[in-house]
Design a binder for this molecule. Structure first.
Ligand SMILES: C[S@@+](CC[C@H](N)C(=O)[O-])C[C@H]1O[C@@H](n2cnc3c(N)ncnc32)[C@H](O)[C@@H]1O
Length: 333
């Protein structure tokens, strides 16, 4: 089982590094900052009979987990229908392979009928940065125009739809949107990522993985609250894994607000520990001893990581710059 979608700060790549600090035994697993739930996939594989409490303040992604847990068939029916419509349409590019001096070279070139028609899109531009995607799709059906038409339909109607329909539409968009990342419109808080490369062959999602999540979530309580509300679920025998947004990573938090938030997370960690839970906390080290000076009796381990995020500029040789960072893991003791 792997996470259902890419998530900023997702911990899949760090699982091996965390391995020696993960607990042998636990009867309840509590994850208050769930996102894509990479550590949950470890916890479920380790002890499928445990009780799980998963929470994230983002209600839209928690609806995806709730729909997969409780309404799998309807979720897949809606998703499969969107997938079939999308796959039948032209993608924006096609792959052209040429052989020069015995060496194969591949290029992605604009595909007639699938690539953006700037003139047409300009013609149906509405106020602000919106477009009449229904009209544009009607004139020029393609994967790109279908994506934007579906995104508009979702943004305009989600409040009148069933939870399962909302979740399936959002999952479709997340699987076809740019880099699989979540980006929300500031004014509405709704998913607003642009379209991706749309190079899918015959499927946009891994159905087997979705079915595995359906099984894994059966023992899970799925919440969408502020992390502090999950304290009541921690007790002796619980494993609590805290993975808040990285320090320094909040777009709309100033340093003081950010540090206050991180301190609240550390006190939450202490409260869970006082209840007898085994606790881990991940974050990023900014080199100013913030966590070191607040670790109390807990142990702090440091990992050097490199990561690439978003649409980075290519170097001359075609590679992408990787950013070096130091991750920390605070271990309750
Ligand atoms: C670093 S991500 C977690 C990534 C996750 N561990 C994974 O592997 O995908 C942090 C998450 O915290 C959530 N979050 C932010 N503030 C929160 C709050 N006050 N309470 C609960 N969740 C919050 C965000 O929506 C985001 O999904």
């Amino acid at each position: 089982m792997k996470p259902l979608f890419m998530w900023a700060g997702g911990k899949t790549k760090l699982l091996d590094t965390f391995a020696e600090h993960l607990p042998e035994n636990f009867d309840t697993y509590v994850e208050p900052f769930f996102g894509g739930g990479a550590v949950f996939t470890w916890a479920y594989a380790k002890n499928p009979d445990a009780k799980f409490v998963i929470n994230d303040i983002n209600p839209h992604i928690m609806e995806i987990y709730r729909a997969i847990k409780g309404d799998l068939q309807e979720f897949c029916t809606i998703l499969d229908d969107l997938e079939a419509q999308y796959i039948s349409l032209l993608p924006p590019t096609y792959k052209k392979t040429t052989v020069i001096d015995g060496k194969k070279k591949t290029k992605w070139l604009p595909l007639e009928g699938g690539a953006p028609d700037k003139e047409l899109e300009k013609k149906y531009k509405l106020k602000g940065r919106t477009y009449d995607w229904d009209k544009i799709y009607e004139i020029r059906p393609s994967r790109r125009t279908f994506f934007f038409k579906t995104r508009s339909l979702y943004q305009e109607n989600l409040h009148n739809w069933s939870e399962t329909k909302r979740a399936a539409y959002l999952y479709f968009l997340m699987k076809t949107g740019f880099n699989g990342v979540w980006q929300a419109k500031k004014s509405t808080g709704l998913y607003n990522t642009p379209c991706g490369l749309m190079r899918h062959k015959d499927s946009i999602y891994d159905k087997k993985n979705v079915v595995s999540w359906n099984a894994a979530l059966q023992n899970a309580t799925i919440l969408s609250e502020d992390f502090k509300e999950t304290l009541e679920h921690a007790s002796a025998g619980s494993f609590v894994y805290l993975d808040p947004p990285y320090r320094g990573g909040f777009a709309d938090y100033d340093t003081v607000k950010d540090d206050n938030f991180q301190e609240t997370v550390i006190s939450f960690f202490e409260s869970c520990k006082n209840k007898g839970s085994y606790c881990l906390l991940s974050n990023r080290d900014l080199g100013d001893n913030f966590f070191e000076s607040r670790k109390g009796t807990n142990k702090l381990v440091y990992f050097n990581v490199t990561y690439t995020v978003g649409r980075k500029k290519k170097n001359i040789n075609g590679s992408h710059d990787a950013t070096k960072a130091t991750e920390i893991l605070m271990i309750g003791s």
